[in-house]
Design a protein around this ligand. Structure first.
Ligand code: CTP
Ligand code: CA
Length: 224
């Protein structure tokens, strides 16, 4: 279903992409993380750059190679990702939040390594700031805001709710219910929903190809 041309230019367009996981420290040696590898977000940054866009990438701990034509800020925590992203938000035309940001962070980081003294251990976690929602609140007319939705149940409804609630223009539903797709896998199976009520369904394919589909859909959205 590659129904858009893949050569549509983004010259003169500035883009911000968030990618990868975040790590929230518990103590000097431990953290809360997630299985995101950063592959999808970095592929999006590459595809934007290939179309001529000026790309800023804010990326969490990831081993994926990042080409040098992409201005990159490496961060570790959700808080750092929020702060780094906020610096670029007002100066960009396309914002894609592909990062798997931790929703919660330990209320306090233990200065010393936590010892295994008791049989049970409870950590108090507090909610992190939502970067996509913040971008949605600050959004101006010329900006296109794109979020991801990672769901295991009620995929469609949850994705559409996120689109509205976070004031995004497009939301990419990443289906985890398909074997071989998602975190740590080479492929993704996506459906893109836009604010105008359109829905674009794609086959499972390598993340570099998925990135092309997403960028084409964004360009199409901006042009009509
Ligand atoms: N996101 C963000 N900042 C956060 C949490 C999420 O910018 N603190 C962004 C993600 O990058 C993604 C979108 O919000 O583009 C949706 O993330 P997701 O985890 O699917 O949804 P949440 O709103 O966090 O809700 P939940 O995890 O409960 O499904
Ligand atoms: Ca979340």
């Amino acid at each position: 279903e590659n129904f858009f041309s893949s050569k549509l230019s983004l010259k003169g367009v500035r883009a911000l992409v968030t990618a990868g996981p975040t790590y929230e420290a518990i103590d000097p040696v431990r953290y809360i993380g997630n299985r995101s590898t950063g592959t999808m977000g970095i592929a999006l940054a590459e595809e934007l750059a290939a179309r001529g866009a000026d790309v800023y990438l804010v990326v969490g701990p990831s081993d994926v190679n990042i080409p040098c034509n992409i201005k990159t800020k490496k961060i570790t925590t959700a808080r750092e990702m929020y702060e780094a992203s906020l610096k670029y938000i007002s100066n960009t035309d396309i914002i894609i939040m592909a990062a798997a940001v931790s929703d919660y962070t330990p209320e306090k980081i233990s200065k010393e390594k936590i010892k295994k003294e008791s049989d049970q251990l409870s950590l108090t976690l507090t909610k992190t700031k939502d970067i996509l929602s913040t971008a949605g609140k600050l959004k101006t007319e010329h900006q296109t805001l794109v979020g991801f939705a990672l769901e295991t149940t009620n995929e469609r409804d949850n994705a559409l709710q996120k689109l509205t609630k976070k004031n995004a223009d497009l939301i990419v539903l990443n289906s985890l219910n398909d074997e071989g797709a998602g975190f740590g896998k080479g492929t993704n199976k996506i459906i893109i929903f836009d604010k105008k009520g359109n829905e674009y369904k794609f086959d499972k394919k390598p993340k570099k190809e998925v990135a092309k589909d997403i960028i084409n859909t964004i360009i199409h959205y901006r042009n009509v």
